[in-house]
Write a protein that binds this ligand. Structure first.
Ligand SMILES: [Zn+2]
Length: 430
């Protein structure tokens, strides 16, 4: 089937908007031009809204299998579509863990049945994420693994990481790392600093993250492996990654919207909707993350969407699980608080949510051009909303951004040429 998108505003690197029409046939963008004379079956009037390549999130948790009370492939990908995402990469801390080909194959078939958008699943580096026995990288790649990570826990011994990276380099895949040295965590539940003191809660030192990144970049240098650092949170981590990049080591990194927009002083009280790992750090850390994102030390933005059931989060900082949701709020929050406040341009933001993640992982998405896959996100830059957690499609309502006013709302999402989310329609159905 052929579709033409009318009255679309495409974003140019100069940040100017260009009025275009887009011809889509099956799953491909065939033509982008100021006017397309073809007669087709289907027209979608974008009404002057912003047309972007579909957003890409390389770090989310879908919880299925094993954690369906928190989220399912269906609800998580509906949330992603509503947030303007067309491709997400799912972390392997599920039950079972995709640490052998059969588990991955069964996960991929659930994804094929239930997912509203494209889901690329990670496999784990070690069996059951225990950090003991390594998985068989080749058989997991053959079964469809996107890359390898034990996200949620750090790889504790240098030898374990060294062997994993050697293996990954041999098979030309990426080691994606949650960096956390358990011997430096001391039972912490939020950043070790003025707020942990004020609330009398055990703190997580910055060192627990940066020490492990420092170790890993040297291992990446020694092995030639592509090493990607998850959710960087400290200024020391940014410095280590910056130095490693300067030294020519193949390291890339991501930062989450909440670490860009919040710091420990925003934590109001003992409320676990503010509990995440890594934790919100100091104002200096927050500034260093933003600077790192702007100078290219940090390559991309990923949400670390981590849904939990409301009752699991209701028990306070000490007992509640780590993590907050992020898929439905990321773009509007970042647009409102970084672009509209003049801290970065719209193009810079979009690049870090589309082109950069695609380039980092060599994905054939993230660009709006002729011959590319028809993954499209339409944003209403003028539309203003208040975030209400109870309206989330995600089963997870755990967010510190409830009641925040935002602008720049995703209103239509198309994956492979098929509309998977359209705001007006969804509201009629609801
Ligand atoms: Zn995560």
């Amino acid at each position: 089937m052929k579709t033409i998108l009318l009255n679309a505003n495409r974003l140019l690197p100069s940040n100017e908007l260009e009025k275009v029409e887009v011809l889509i046939e099956d799953n491909k963008i065939i033509k982008i031009a100021s006017q397309i004379p073809d007669k087709v079956e289907n027209y979608i009037d974008i009404e002057g809204k912003l047309l972007l390549p579909g957003l890409i999130d390389v770090h989310i948790h879908l919880r299925e299998p094993g954690g369906e009370h928190k989220e399912t492939i269906k609800t998580g990908t509906m949330a992603a579509a509503r947030g303007g995402y067309t491709t997400v990469c799912a972390m392997p801390n599920t039950n079972p863990v995709p640490d052998h080909p059969e588990a991955l194959t069964s996960l991929l078939s659930k994804i094929a049945d239930d997912a509203h958008i494209r889901v690329l699943p990670y496999a784990s580096i070690t069996k059951s994420l225990k950090g003991e026995e390594r998985t068989d990288i080749q058989s997991l790649i053959d079964a469809g693994a996107f890359a390898f990570t034990d996200d949620g826990v750090g790889i504790q011994t240098a030898d374990q990481m060294y062997q994993a990276m050697k293996d990954a380099a041999r098979h030309n895949t990426t080691i994606v790392a949650h960096c956390e040295d358990n011997s430096l965590v001391y039972g912490g539940v939020l950043h070790e600093g003025e707020v942990s003191e004020r609330l009398s809660l055990p703190g997580i030192p910055s060192l627990s993250e940066s020490v492990q990144i420092a170790r890993d970049v040297l291992l990446a240098e020694a092995t030639g492996c592509h090493y990607h650092v998850c959710h960087v949170s400290t200024k020391e981590s940014v410095r280590v990654i910056r130095d490693a990049k300067k030294a020519g080591i193949h390291v890339t990194a991501e930062v989450s919207p909440h670490h860009l927009l919040l710091n420990e002083t925003d934590i109001p009280d003992d409320n676990a909707d503010w509990k995440m790992n890594p934790p919100l750090r100091s104002t200096e850390d927050q500034q260093a993350l933003f600077d790192g994102l702007m100078d290219g030390t940090i390559d991309l933005i990923a949400t670390d969407h981590a849904p939990h059931a409301t009752e699991e989060k209701a028990v306070g900082f000490k007992e509640a699980p780590f993590g907050i949701v992020g898929l439905e709020t990321a773009f509007p929050l970042l647009y409102t608080h970084l672009v509209l406040k003049g801290k970065m341009t719209l193009y810079q933001l979009v690049e870090r949510m589309t082109e950069k993640p695609a380039a980092t992982f060599q994905l054939p998405y993230g660009k709006l051009e002729e011959d590319s896959v028809a993954d499209i996100t339409v944003i209403d830059l003028e539309k203003e909303e208040t975030i209400h957690r109870e309206t989330f499609y995600s089963k997870g309502k755990n967010t510190p951004f409830d009641n925040w006013k935002v602008k720049g709302i995703p209103v239509l999402t198309m994956v492979n040429g098929v509309v998977v989310y359209e705001e007006a329609k969804q509201h009629e159905e609801a």
